[in-house]
Design a protein around this ligand. Structure first.
Ligand SMILES: Nc1ncnc2c1ncn2[C@@H]1O[C@H](COP(=O)(O)OP(=O)(O)OP(=O)(O)O)[C@@H](O)[C@H]1O
Ligand SMILES: [Mg+2]
Length: 136
């Protein structure tokens, strides 16, 4: 099965809706709550990165008998150095975002920790695609 969702950049009011939707879909299917939690955390961090650092994104949730896959493909400024962005504590978040409690530079490391496989493709000036896989 597959699901298409959308994230709007800078839309802090609706931030978290996509990961909530993913979580409830997986819960309804009846997956192990620990697995659902890992997917929800990873999706939330990816979603917040679009809200904070990109313009908009399409999200695709696919579920097969062996795999849950969440793809977040955004249009935006892209990540110049993915290896650096993956480091704990690295952030380009603004003062404003930090005041809202974001910008610890822990989102991508958190996704890495919670997913079984993470692929990041990014092109500066175009956008970033995250492929997060969870084995069932
Ligand atoms: N989708 C994206 N588009 C552009 N840049 C991104 C994107 N995702 C991450 N980045 C860059 O990578 C950095 C690190 O991301 P990460 O999620 O680890 O931390 P953060 O978003 O800055 O803070 P936190 O996630 O802890 O609130 C960001 O500050 C930003 O520079
Ligand atoms: Mg983040």
């Amino acid at each position: 099965m597959g699901h298409e969702l959308f994230i709007q950049g800078n839309d802090f009011a609706n931030a978290g809706m996509v990961s909530t939707k993913v979580k409830s879909t997986l819960k309804k299917i009846g997956f192990d709550p620990k697995l659902v939690r890992r997917v929800a955390i990873s999706t939330y961090e990816g979603e917040m990165n679009v809200v904070m650092h990109a313009e908009s994104a399409k999200v695709r949730l696919s579920v097969t008998p062996r795999l849950i896959e969440v793809v977040i493909a955004d249009e935006g400024k892209g990540i110049p150095d993915v290896e650096q962005a993956m480091q704990e504590g690295f952030t380009t978040a603004t003062e404003e975002m930090r005041a809202m409690g974001f910008g610890s530079g822990m989102g991508l490391p958190n996704i890495k920790k919670n997913s079984d496989q993470l692929e990041i493709r990014s092109e500066v000036g175009k956008g970033t695609t995250l492929v997060m896989r969870f084995f069932i």
